[in-house]
Ligand binder design. Sequence first.
Ligand SMILES: [Zn+2]
Length: 82
Amino acid sequence: MYICHVCGFNKLDEPPWGDDGKTASFSICSCCGVEFGYEDATEKGLINYRDKWLNNGAKWFNESKRPESWDVQEQLKRINFR
Ligand SMILES: [Zn+2]
């Protein structure tokens, strides 16, 4: 399992930026809905996307993947975001 560096969701099926960390998978995070290699291609883009996602109420892209007791703040701690 791999972690999304935008939202901290840690149950991704494949590494978002490949095994070498440089090859974007262009898959979509089930939680924040970011497309790896697109919205997160730059540090600024990543932060903008995260802010937008949080400001929109941190909605799940794929609700069926949402754990029963899910807490966005707990999840964000995984990526050292306050
Ligand atoms: Zn995410």
